[in-house]
Design a binder for this molecule. Structure first.
Ligand SMILES: *[C@@H]1O[C@H](CO)[C@@H](O)[C@H](O)[C@H]1NC(C)=O
Ligand SMILES: *[C@@H]1O[C@H](CO)[C@@H](O)[C@H](O)[C@H]1NC(C)=O
Ligand SMILES: *[C@@H]1O[C@H](CO)[C@@H](O)[C@H](O)[C@H]1NC(C)=O
Ligand SMILES: *[C@@H]1O[C@H](CO)[C@@H](O)[C@H](O)[C@H]1NC(C)=O
Length: 252
């Protein structure tokens, strides 16, 4: 039943990747304690995304993961299993970027303020954001993890991960044309390899040297790399401003 449901959720997921890792392998349980499994409702179905804990009370994800009744699971390895390390926390407020464009997917970034603070543990921790000037360069190897599809037709309930290389901007400019903007996006994944993020991995972090540099955003429908990631460095002030604003409102 559970599997049928997951499969349906995948088959119905839209062009933007709701979440998946292809060509990777299962992650060591809880080796990425910042990972958040994000579940939400969009008309007529339940969908899922990845995300990551950036503060005890905030998860960062993609704006196209916006829906109603958003819940996050922290500390999970197998999301369909009852694991002692898991913390299921409802989302108090979803704050997509004001300039998110649903047709071009520009500014595909969203903060989720949690209903309560996560309890930090060995299985639940925050991931560092980059500091100003901390640029990634083409050729650099980073990694991405998710609970998305592991093959075009195969879903998973355990966290999978894969290493990916940052590509030159020109590679995505020629593939995605006006949809790719190097000021706010990263081009990730070697076109010669069958390794990539895919449906179900959306919102998950691209991790380079233990720092979140990107967010899984979108790519070609056939799942081929390279794919487009949100460049977190371009949104540092938005992230800080937004977390501060909603923290202040809390004491009203
Ligand atoms: C995940 O947990 C479910 C429920 O316990 C189990 O049926 C499934 O086999 C597990 N998946 C993996 C890959 O271990
Ligand atoms: C989204 O981007 C397209 C292409 O740049 C533009 O025509 C459209 O007006 C934008 N939509 C919104 C809501 O800003
Ligand atoms: C965004 O676009 C998709 C397809 O392009 C559409 O199905 C969806 O309803 C749109 N969402 C919003 C909030 O406009
Ligand atoms: C995936 O499944 C669909 C429907 O069963 C099938 O038509 C398609 O060929 C499959 N694709 C691959 C790559 O196996």
């Amino acid at each position: 039943m559970q599997l049928v449901f997951l499969l349906l959720a995948f088959l119905l997921s839209p062009g933007a990747e709701a979440g998946k890792i292809i060509g990777g392998c299962e992650a060591k349980p809880h080796s990425r304690p910042y990972m958040a499994f994000v579940r939400f409702k969009i008309p007529e179905k339940t969908s899922r995304c990845g995300g990551f804990l950036v503060r005890e009370d905030f998860v960062l994800t993609a704006a196209h993961c916006l829906g109603s009744k958003i819940n996050v699971i922290l500390g999970a390895h197998n999301v369909t299993k009852v694991e002692e390390t898991q913390q299921h926390i409802p989302v108090r407020r979803a704050i997509p970027h004001d300039d998110y464009n649903n047709s071009t997917k520009a500014n595909d970034i969203m903060l989720l303020q949690l209903e309560r603070k996560a309890t930090l543990s060995t299985a639940v921790r925050t991931l560092k954001l980059p500091v100003r000037g901390d640029q990634v360069k083409p050729g650099m190897t980073c990694s991405v993890a998710g609970w998305g599809r592991i093959q075009v037709n195969r879903s998973t309930d355990t966290l999978h991960e894969v290493e990916l290389k940052i590509q030159k901007d020109e590679v995505c400019k020629s593939l995605y044309e006006d949809l790719y903007n190097n000021a706010i996006q990263l081009c990730v994944g070697d076109p010669k390899k069958e390794e990539t993020s895919f449906k179900g991995d959306s919102g998950g972090p691209l991790v380079c040297n233990n720092v979140a540099q990107g967010i899984v955003s979108f790519g070609k429908k056939n799942g081929k790399p390279p794919r487009v990631y949100v460049k977190i460095l371009s949104y540092l002030s938005w992230i800080k401003r937004t977390m501060k604003l909603y923290k202040l409102q809390r004491s009203d």
